[in-house]
Design a protein around this ligand. Structure first.
Ligand SMILES: [Zn+2]
Length: 257
């Protein structure tokens, strides 16, 4: 009888070890972990990709008005980084919204098998726009997605915009084509998802673009200065829809690379 108990004990201990280390159990844990964060991931669809995406959640808690060159070797200088706009309805600062949405994007992309790095994962940092670009350069990111929200004096203005480096700028000619292709694909995926997009716009005045040696897009998710759009951008469902569309655009871009 005693022997029998010991045998049962050994079998139970072994099965606990086997179940604990098995892949399905680990995957279940991983999936439930993601679901608890509000994102459902179908593990079957997950394909390991060797693609590195750098997400840059725009701004930070405290701006830094010290200046930095707007481009490598340029005499033109701009503030290192600002704290961004504030939502008219939610009163939420842009740097908080940007990190919220960026975190959703990170989980979606990781669920699809992308490798993801973030320029910041907290608010209390001091990383200038050129430093953010250099971080992506040093890590040889395959694409940088900068996440921002717009603001204007005109409260009626709504819609997302996608900014890309300028074709004619000597600093960004090399990264223009890839950035533009990716921006156009993100734009069409957003439109397919029913999101209003104002267009893809070239910018030669942004420090974060001029220092970049890797393709980069900046998504202005919508207008914090519009009462309804401000609230929409803080809605987890809308955030997920928006970030899903960005990830679908990236899928298409890398599928055609
Ligand atoms: Zn911004």
């Amino acid at each position: 009888m005693k022997k029998y108990r010991i045998l049962v004990g050994i079998i139970m201990a072994l099965s606990i070890i086997i179940i604990g280390t098995s892949e399905p159990a680990k995957n279940l844990y991983k999936a439930s972990n993601l679901i608890s964060k509000g994102i459902k991931v179908d593990d079957k669809k997950k394909i390991e990709k060797d693609i590195l995406i750098c997400i840059d959640p725009g701004h930070q808690e405290k701006g830094d008005s010290n200046s930095e060159p707007v481009a490598p070797g340029s005499y033109v200088k701009k503030a290192r980084v600002s704290s961004g706009a504030t939502g008219v309805a939610t009163k939420k600062p842009e740097y908080i919204l940007n990190l919220e949405a960026s975190t959703v994007l990170k989980h979606i992309l990781e669920g699809k098998g992308y490798k993801v790095i973030m320029t910041r994962e907290s608010h209390d940092v001091n990383i200038s726009n050129s430093e953010r670009a250099i971080f992506a350069n040093n890590n040889k990111a395959d694409m940088v997605v900068r996440v921002h929200a717009d603001s204007l004096n005109n409260p009626g203005k709504t819609g997302a915009s996608i900014l890309i480096p300028a074709k004619e700028s000597k600093y960004t000619t090399a990264i223009y084509e890839d950035s533009q292709n990716c921006a156009n694909l993100i734009s069409s995926k957003m439109k397919e998802a029913g999101i209003k997009v104002n267009g893809v716009f070239e910018r030669s005045d942004l420090t974060g673009f001029n220092w970049s040696q890797v393709p980069v897009v900046l998504v202005e998710m919508g207008f914090l200065s519009n009462y309804t759009e401000d609230q929409m951008m803080s809605n987890p469902e809308y955030q997920t829809k928006l970030m899903q569309a960005i990830s679908d655009g990236l899928d298409e871009y890398f599928a055609n690379k």
